[in-house]
Design a protein around this ligand. Structure first.
Ligand code: ADP
Ligand code: MG
Length: 384
């Protein structure tokens, strides 16, 4: 499913003519920096080899037709003049939202036919939604010659998810999908949206990053995300800063003393320390010592589990069983309450660590997780 030639052929079968082009955009995992994006802090995602592939043709009559090979639903037909936020709620809201966001930003999108297929697992915390948005935005940027920069394209894709789909996500996922490059992790400063490609060629150092998808769907996530977000905002306000980004790691002890609410203290401690962990990881990677980031990942997990309290038994079990089996470090990644974890291993230990995690899940009576290597892959691009 999802090869460029297949998606182009499916487009032609569906619409009766050949697409103008085929584009792809990847899912991502976040290496470190969780719940830091809306605090205007740092994140560090990398693109996965899994991609959403879309065949698209430009139309000039205002009609927008959308189809996914992965969803058992008929073709959705809309008109660009009638797009309204939350008008539909189904999967088509993601690409339709991109058209809406582009038009809202003043770009004259006159319609399109789109067919897509994706290998990004949905709801696993690997950003299948951002892949879908970014592939749509890139195709329209090309077909309508909008000349958008990649960071701008990501912001418009985020606008689609926030303003049209109705999900209050930060800009990390879309930026990762739009801006990552092969062999690198992306250091994104969520304050000014500046980016830097940080070398992340683990194979060259005999290492591997595993993604463990627990297959636990993050159903609890929505309310908890909003609650953490509100707590962080309250913390920033109590400390007299616009965002928690403004509290440096050295100032953390003094800041914690000023906070009386136990829960807000925990949230602040997580955010400020995770920003610091991103900086530590970058320092280690720049120094060519990827092996040494393992303990920083595990520390990050403890912070998410104990301070932010967004882990779950399955994610905790990935981390503990992987580390007991000799992993260099591990942490949950993404919004929490399910989804995926990342595990850093020596290449030679990858199979043994994977087996230990699978055995631990079987012993606990949990559904078997899906384990695959996260090779830092290319961002969105035109395929043909
Ligand atoms: P995540 O981004 O972590 O995978 P989300 O809940 O943000 O999870 O996004 C998943 C939603 O994105 C799906 O429920 C669906 O509406 C849409 N989606 C993702 N991939 C596809 C696809 N290949 N075809 C149709 N819709 C998709
Ligand atoms: Mg998503």
């Amino acid at each position: 499913m999802g090869s460029v030639a297949e998606v182009a052929a499916q487009f032609e079968e569906l619409y009766g003519y050949a697409p103008d082009g085929v584009w792809s955009a990847p899912g991502r995992v976040n290496l470190i920096g969780e719940y830091t994006d809306f605090n205007e802090g740092f994140v560090m995602p990398l693109a996965l080899p899994h991609t959403a592939v879309a065949a698209v043709a430009r139309r000039s009559d205002g009609v927008l037709r959308l189809h996914s090979a992965d969803i058992d639903a008929p073709l959705v037909e809309l008109h660009v003049d009638e797009l309204a936020p939350l008008s539909d709620g189904g999967w088509a809201a993601y690409p339709a939202g991109v058209v809406w966001a582009l038009r809202e930003a003043g770009h004259a999108i006159g319609g399109a036919d789109l067919h897509l297929a994706s290998t990004v697992p949905t709801g696993a915390g690997l950003s299948s939604s951002a892949a879908l948005e970014v592939v749509t935005a890139l195709a329209l940027d090309d077909l309508y010659e909008l000349g958008l920069t990649r960071p701008r394209l990501a912001v418009l894709a985020q606008r689609a998810e926030n303003g049209f789909v109705g999900v209050p996500c930060g800009v990390m996922d879309q930026t990762a999908s739009a801006c990552c490059t092969e062999g690198h992790a992306l250091h994104l400063d969520c304050r000014d949206l500046s980016i830097r490609q940080v070398p992340f060629d683990l194979a060259a150092q005999g290492l591997r990053l595993l993604v463990v998808d627990t297959r636990v769907k993050h159903a609890l996530g929505d309310g908890a995300y909003a609650e953490r977000r509100a707590g962080c905002e309250a913390g920033a306000q109590a400390l007299g800063v616009s965002h928690l980004r403004d509290i440096g790691y050295a100032e953390l002890p003094a800041a914690l003393q000023k906070l009386t609410d136990e829960k807000i203290r925990r949230y602040v401690r997580h955010v400020v320390s995770d920003d610091h962990r991103v900086e530590r990881v970058i320092g280690l990677l720049d120094a060519g010592d990827a092996r040494a980031i393992g303990p920083v990942l595990t520390e990050g997990h403890a912070s998410l589990r104990d301070d932010l309290r967004i882990s779950c038994p399955e994610l905790d079990l990935v981390v503990s069983s992987a580390n007991e089996a000799g992993a260099l470090g591990a942490r949950m990644t993404g919004g929490g309450f399910g989804g995926s974890a990342v595990v850093l291993v020596e290449e030679a230990d990858a199979d043994a660590v994977t087996k230990s995690v699978l055995d631990a899940f079987a012993a606990a009576g949990f559904t078997a997780p899906r384990v695959f290597p996260a090779v830092a892959s290319a961002g969105a691009r035109r395929e043909r």
